[in-house]
Design a protein around this ligand. Structure first.
Ligand SMILES: Cc1ncc(COP(=O)(O)O)c(C=O)c1O
Length: 384
């Protein structure tokens, strides 16, 4: 094994010793990713937004350490102003009128960890209830925080079993409960009902509670097309996270994470950064705020809604094509995810789709077209 990162066949260096072109090895990686991109319809990321205009920002090490709601960090190459605008857009999308706080986490895993940490500080000695269809990050966050976690059953289509939540919550009703509602489960895109969760906790006699909406996948499309029951409003959720790299396909992972509660617990002012340490990460990507702002400003709200409708239409088209060839499938209402029986083994390299419990799926994110579906269906018919 060589310890040199650069290939021995690297192109000539400039007078300053810099390579004039991209290193051949990185070029190979770029070629591999480009090929993979053409048939990635199993893992969610939009591909309809061009981020190339942001190249000038790559000259700078953009860093947003600490609390985005000021004071701004001493480090001058921050984009906290952009971050605040982006967060305000999401606060509006999720119905948080005022008094909200939050930041751009590195992904929904960090956003859930942060939210559960805030919930733990507020509730004192709570239990976490999570659906068996929840993302694996939820149990991980509970374990990191030392919180006992109780699994709640899920229906076959992926939605939480609210009766099971009621029974399990009633066993510990004197303790506070953190319930994680998934707004678009990873595999089937089922949406848990936050009002039904509140109803189960009411019936179980649980008074002290925090509902965290893990809206990594489905929060944006649901909210953009009028679903409000998981919003940061009374009777809704207490905190929410959604992944910008999914619905907008940002080239850097980023997850707006919001709560309507003021952070409690350890959030000390730090003189070195000139700011308060309220976030899980220390250094945070300032470029993430820029790429997400770019995505949000590419379309008006009507345009953002149109992206949802187009993606759902492609999912509907996929269902019709699968019906036509007799390939078993199903789809949750309004989902861009279409569940289908796993592909024959020879096709799985070209079409790397996840498989769980005997089902696979395609996700028709914005930018995935009927051509992608036709291509897959042709391969399925050929069986190769
Ligand atoms: C429902 C759900 N929650 C959380 C995550 C984790 O998100 P991230 O990869 O941004 O940490 C995912 C990712 O697939 C997800 O689908």
């Amino acid at each position: 094994m060589t310890t040199d990162l650069l290939s021995p066949h690297s192109p000539a260096a400039t007078s300053t010793g810099e390579l004039a072109e991209l290193d051949p090895y990185l070029n190979q990686v770029l070629a591999r990713i480009t090929v993979a991109d053409a048939t990635n319809i199993g893992y969610p990321r939009a591909i309809d937004i061009d981020y190339a205009a942001l190249a000038p920002f790559l000259r700078f090490m953009l860093n947003n350490p600490g609390e985005p709601h000021g004071p701004d960090p001493i480090y001058p190459l921050h984009t906290m102003d952009v971050e605040r605008r982006v967060l305000t857009w999401f606060a509006n999308l999720f119905g948080a009128e005022r008094g909200w706080t939050g930041y751009l986490a590195s992904g929904s895993t960090e956003g859930t960890l942060h939210s559960l940490r805030l919930a733990r500080a507020k509730l004192i000695d709570p239990l976490v209830f999570y659906s068996r269809a929840a993302h694996y990050s939820v149990l991980k966050a509970a374990r990191i925080l030392g919180l006992p976690a109780i699994a709640v059953d899920a229906a076959p289509h992926g939605e939480m079993d609210y009766a099971d939540l009621r029974v399990k919550a009633a066993r510990t009703s004197s303790r506070a409960a953190i319930v994680v509602a998934t707004i678009g489960t990873t595999m089937t895109e089922a949406i848990d009902s936050v009002p039904a969760i509140h109803g189960s906790l009411d019936d179980a006699g649980v008074a002290r509670r925090w509902i965290h909406a893990d809206a990594a996948l489905g929060g944006a499309p649901a909210a953009l097309t009028g679903r409000t029951d998981f919003h940061l409003t009374r009777g809704g959720a207490d905190s929410i996270v959604t992944s910008g790299h999914k619905w907008w396909g940002t080239p850097i992972t980023t997850a707006p994470t919001l709560t309507v509660h003021q952070p409690t617990g350890d959030s000390r002012p730090i003189s070195y950064i000139g700011n308060a340490d309220t976030t899980i990460a220390g250094s945070r990507s300032g470029l993430a705020a820029v790429v997400l702002a770019h995505a949000l400003t590419r379309h008006s709200l009507a345009g953002q809604r149109r992206r949802v409708e187009q993606a759902r239409a492609v999912a509907g088209y996929a269902c019709r094509r699968l019906t036509a060839i007799g390939w078993p499938y199903w789809r949750n209402p309004d989902a861009v995810t279409v569940m289908l029986r796993p592909l024959p083994e020879p096709l799985t390299k070209k079409w790397p789709l996840p498989v769980d419990g005997g089902w696979s799926h395609v996700i028709c994110m914005p930018g995935i077209t009927t051509d992608h579906i036709d291509h897959l269906v042709t391969d399925l018919q050929g069986g190769s």
